[in-house]
Design a protein around this ligand. Sequence first.
Ligand SMILES: [Fe+2]
Length: 368
Amino acid sequence: MAGINGVETVVYGVEDLDECVRYFVDFGLPLVAKSRDEALFELEEGSSVIIRPLEAARVEGQKLVGYGVQQVIWGVANQKHFDRVVEKLRQSTEVSIDADGTARFLDGDGIACGLRLYPKQLVWGAPDPVNSYSNINRINTHRKWRLKANPKTIQHVVFQVPDPEASWAWYRDNLDFRLSDIQQGFGVFARAPGTNDHHNIYWLKADLPFPGLDGKTRFNHVNYGVEDIDEVMVGANYMERRGWQKSVWGLGRHRIASSVFMYLPCPAGGDAEYGTDSDVLDDSWIPRTWNSRFGTMSFMHNLQPWIFDEAPWEMGYVEGSTPGKNVRPHPAQPPEVAEVSEGDSQGALPNPTHKEGHHAGEEPPAAE
Ligand SMILES: [Fe+2]
C-alpha cells in the first residue's frame, strides 16, 4: 500500500517526567531507555513513545497549547513513498529534513509533524474464541489470564481543533488521507492511505461544551491497541490498583468504528486509551455521516448526562460518496430512463436488467 503507514512516533511534552514514566510502565508500554530528560518506549509494531519535559518537546512555531503530544511522526514504508509524500507536501508547506532523514513540517493546524521510514512489524494476536448460544468455540478451555495490559500498537491520535473539516481537508490534500466517518458537529475521522485502521487521526471540535475543551488547539488522546476486551479491563483494573485515576466513562463501545474504548486520565496530558476490536477499512469503504450522540457509543459503563437519553438512530452516507440524483443511464439503456431517474429520492442506479422506468422502491411490474 502506498503512502503513510501509521503513527511511527509520538513525542509527549510533560510536567513531571518520572511520574509519566511510572504511568506508562503501569499502562503496559515497554520502556527501552530513560535519562533525566527523556524516556523512550517501543511498542511491538516498531512505533515509539517519547516523553520529554514540555519545553524540550515543543517545536518552534507550532500552535498546540498545553501538555500532551507535541509532535506526531508519521511513517512510510520505503524511500519511494517518502520522496513522493515530501514532494507533494513541498507544493504547499515548508519541509525541512533532519540529519537522521526525518522530514519536519507543520500541519494545517500548526501541529508539529514529521515523516520518516517506518519498517512497521506485523503483530501477532490470538484472541480467545467467544462462546454463544449454540455456537461453541471453546470447550474445556478457559480464557487467557493476564496480570496487566500489554499494548502493542498505536492506533490513532486525537487533537482538539477549531475546524475539523478544514483539518481533514489539509490531510486529504497534502498527505492523501482517506475519509472514514463524520460525526456531525463533533469531528472527523480519517485514515492514512497505507493502513487499514478505521482511523489514525480524529479531529474533535475544540469549542464543544465538554471538560478540557476551550476552543484552543490541544492534544486530546492517543489510542494504544490491545488484543481484546478482557485485556482492556485487566489493564484498567491494574491501573486502578496502582493508584491511577479511574476512567470517567468506563468501558464502552463506540458505534462509529465499533471499537471498544477505555479512556484513562494521563499525567502526560489528555487521556491514554486502551482500544480493541475496531472496524478495519480499505478503499472500498463508503464514508458515513452520523448523528453525533448516536455515533458516540453503543454502550458505556458510566452513562454521561449529555447522552443519558437515547439518541435518534441517524446515519447516512457522506454526500458525493454514493450515487445521488440525476444519475446517468447505463450505456445499454435509452436516455429516457435517466430522465425518469431525475428526482428519484432513492437515488437508485437504473439497472439494465429492470424494465424501462422501473426503480427501487416501486412495485415491480406485473408478470406477463
Ligand atoms: Fe480514541
